[in-house]
Write a protein of this length. Structure first.
Length: 500
């Protein structure tokens, strides 16, 4: 591995000749011919350098795959050395994946897929890894080969030598063609040689069905369903039929908009008739933080929708009008940051829970986007060790990262600390290294930073709280009374409006 890394060198180019930056060639005919020759030489040199860079990227990808495989192997070896039980092995595996995700700054789902791909490539598909390391094709080509080989390998009773022969054929076919063209040719070859693999692939694909939410812009989001084709077609047909039933001369919405409104109403447990008004209002619980002046129509400052981001004040007022209850949340009138509540007992009050949801917005683990509606509140310093139920000792963590955080405690599923025979001397005294894990530390920002098992520190992500949007007629009063303890911005705004 060290030799491979040391051999990686970027290509070099001579300084650009005059005329190679797009400027017009001028001068005598001989001079123009000479400049044209220099331009063409520079053109060819750039193409050669790009070919070297492409080969270098492939070699770097092969090195990266080998490093990720070694990381996974090291995590497994550490778990075996410490005598982890099955549950601890699963949490340790998640911790290793989190380490990979944070160091590469990618989502954990992507890190998990990348880890599985690299392990399979290094341990089971050496022909593809060797060709990748030689720069014969790109990482995307290698993934396409891996996908094809695994689809055949997973067929019950498939001989290993048949899989190896199929992989070698794919390696040769992948060189010099685009990924899309290679994939189409590989699909035909696979179905011709191994038609039975389609059943295995279909079963594996169905096991991966999921519902996915991706925040968009301008108060919108993408909600995607990955499900069996026949179910998807039935859902589409049902939504289309219901949407067509709502069409008419007085209906301004397009069929595409009606279809979406009908589907949203059905998912929210409402009747399709509820879609007549358009944009079905959610009856499930959501967290929407609305500035009080925007709620009253004094300003048009945007609200904050948990898991999505800013939404227009008009939408916030419509949702608030249908809300059965409100939770007051105090914020700094100048910065917009939530103002801390007073400490309580071990049990977190509803007011504090709402405040923490608004402060954290997502799981506080590096890179995690799980919204606080699906997280758990964790005492950074455990209650039994003197930790208080206060904002500066509480953080939102999704269930997975909550487990990862407590992994180093060495607890079993039922709670008590597990005695590890490989870690204790006679008499029960600790011996040897303990379990490593992720450790959060609260920072001045009000969100924790995390230290990984490898010792890397990941500071909390920057907060994006913005100062409130005050109308211009309210700005002067705020500036004059800044710092006054008896000043109410809301009272001032209502007084000006009523006397105004």
């Amino acid at each position: 591995m060290a030799e491979q890394l040391a051999a990686l060198r970027l290509p070099t180019l001579p300084p650009a000749a005059p005329g190679t930056r797009g400027e017009a060639l001028a001068g005598t005919l001989d001079g123009t011919r000479g400049a044209l020759g220099a331009v063409r030489a520079d053109y060819a040199a750039c193409v050669d350098a790009l070919a070297e860079v492409a080969a270098l990227e492939a070699r770097v990808a092969a090195c990266k795959a080998a490093l990720i495989d070694r990381l996974a192997a090291a995590g497994t070896s550490e778990a075996q050395a410490l005598g982890f039980d099955t549950r601890q092995q699963g949490i340790g595996d998640a911790s290793t994946t989190a380490e990979l995700a944070t160091v590469l700054c990618i989502p954990e789902r992507s890190a998990s897929n990348l880890r599985a791909q690299c392990v399979a490539l290094v341990r089971e598909h050496p022909h593809t890894l060797h060709a990748l390391g030689a720069g014969r094709f790109s990482w995307q080509h290698a993934l396409a080969i891996l996908d094809q080989a695994l689809s055949v390998q997973n067929v019950p009773d498939m001989p290993r030598d048949v899989v190896d022969a199929f992989e070698r054929d794919l390696v040769e076919a992948a060189c010099g063609v685009t990924v899309s063209k290679f994939t189409a040719a590989a699909n035909r070859r696979r179905e011709r040689l191994h038609p039975g693999s389609i059943q295995t692939r279909a079963a594996a694909a169905r096991a991966g069905r999921c519902l996915d939410l991706q925040p968009g812009r301008d108060g919108m989001s993408y909600l995607g369903l990955y499900l069996p084709a026949e179910t998807a077609q039935a859902v589409w047909n049902h939504a289309t039929a219901a949407a067509r039933a709502l069409q008419g001369p007085a209906e301004p919405r397009t069929l595409a908009q009606l279809r979406l409104d009908v589907a949203a109403a059905l998912l929210l447990g409402q009747e399709t008739a509820d879609a007549k008004a358009g944009h079905p209002a959610p009856r499930a619980q959501i967290l929407l933080t609305v500035p009080i002046l925007s709620l009253l129509g004094v300003s048009d400052g945007p609200a904050e929708l948990e898991g999505c981001g800013p939404v227009p004040a008009s939408i916030a007022r419509r949702l608030a009008a249908q809300a059965p209850s409100f939770q007051r949340l105090l914020t700094d009138p100048h910065s917009g940051e939530p103002v801390a509540l007073s400490p309580g007992t071990y049990r977190v009050s509803e007011a504090m829970r709402a405040w923490l949801r608004a402060r954290d917005r997502t799981c506080t683990f590096p890179g995690c986007t799980t919204v606080t509606a699906d997280t758990q509140l964790d005492h950074l310093l455990a209650w039994e060790h003197g930790g208080k139920t206060r904002e500066d000792n509480l953080a939102s963590e999704c269930p997975k990262h909550h487990l990862v955080k407590h992994h180093k405690d060495g607890k079993t599923r039922t709670g008590p600390t597990k005695t590890n025979p490989q870690k204790t001397k006679q008499g029960g005294a600790p011996a040897g290294p303990g379990i490593r894990g992720w450790t959060p530390q609260m920072t001045e920002t009000g969100r924790p930073g995390w230290t990984s098992p490898a010792g890397r520190y990941y500071p909390p992500e920057p907060t994006d709280a913005t100062p409130p949007d005050y109308p211009h007629w309210l700005q002067d009063g705020i500036s004059r009374r800044k710092g006054a303890t008896d000043y109410s911005i809301l009272e001032h705004a209502l007084t000006v409006r009523l006397t105004g």
